[in-house]
Design a protein around this ligand. Sequence first.
Ligand code: NAP
Length: 339
Amino acid sequence: MSLAFGDVGVLQVQTSTIDFRKFLMSETRDTVILGSGCSGLTAAIYTARAGLKPLVLEGHEPGGQLSITTLVENFPGWPEGIQGPELIDNMRKQAQRFGAEFQTAHLNAADLHAHPFRLSTSIGEIHTRTLIVSSGASARWLGLESEQKLIGHGVSSCATCDGFFFRGLEIAVVGGGDSAMEEALFLTRFATKVTILHRREHFRASKIMLDRAIAHPQIELRTNVIIEEVLGVEEKEVKGVRLKNVANGEEEILPVSGVFLGIGHEPNAKMFHGQIDLDSDGYILTQNNVFTTRNGIVVPGVYASGDVQDRRYRQAITAAGTGCMAALEVEKFLEEHGR
Ligand code: NAP
């Protein structure tokens, strides 16, 4: 059964019910994409190329995680690798070439219970027939008071943004995953010594990244240590970290001028609480990768892609892949409903 948006009626879609009366609003967008990272931009390329004139809302981290990374060596098609910001820039230009529109905006709240969906943003209310949530994930912090006070004064979560300021100094990188290894390796360009601090004995990082860090003469790896305090709050610049060895309880001061966090990310989905299902860590739950649900039932027209719904793979190529899938579902949804 097909129902045009101009029709007045109620359509049964899967197990949810949609009232299409409100689709009549002329200012309603066909699709809005929340987020301009690898996933959102791929969705923008596909939906723009399909003539849907997507509106891409970019928040305070435009370009997402790739825009603050360095060399991306595993994105297919770039045998020598490509710089993350360049890859993102290329994708953005590609989307713009097909008519994607970009706006800097912060999403305050979303009403996904009725159509058209209503997005309350910092640039006003936006109505849309479909929504792709590609809002990604943001850097995680330790949560120490001293750490929070020294953000921007020697504490950072972005090596590519802030590494330059640590030329000739000694720094610490926290974490045991690929991000921590990548940050540490990158920071050796500036710092004379980088100490990786990991809370466990075993590393989560891939073997190739870990091996590179181990082999690097400027990197020292320390295990079973946690930061209890970042020193230098009064001086307003990092002077060191107070460490605790979790294996034997011993404490020590490590004098460093910078602390970089490489401990993973938080999904940017809090504003969808109560609108679509999230898991216990706040990631959007999806069926078949991109279909969002409410109380386990698919919410037609609302899709999620990339890191905001993917806690398992979290790769640029998988984020792009699900962005593509979400865009194709948007096309299918609109076509099935007469657009
Ligand atoms: P991750 O794999 O989740 O690793 C986070 C690390 O931080 C873990 O070692 C974790 O310790 C530690 N950690 C978390 N919370 C902590 C806390 N409160 N205090 C101290 N340590 C804490 O995250 P990621 O490294 O950002 O990587 C995410 C994904 O992106 C992975 O799939 C990764 O392969 C990929 N990635 C790939 C590349 C690349 O290939 N170039 C680069 C970056 C990321 P535990 O191990 O004890 O949990």
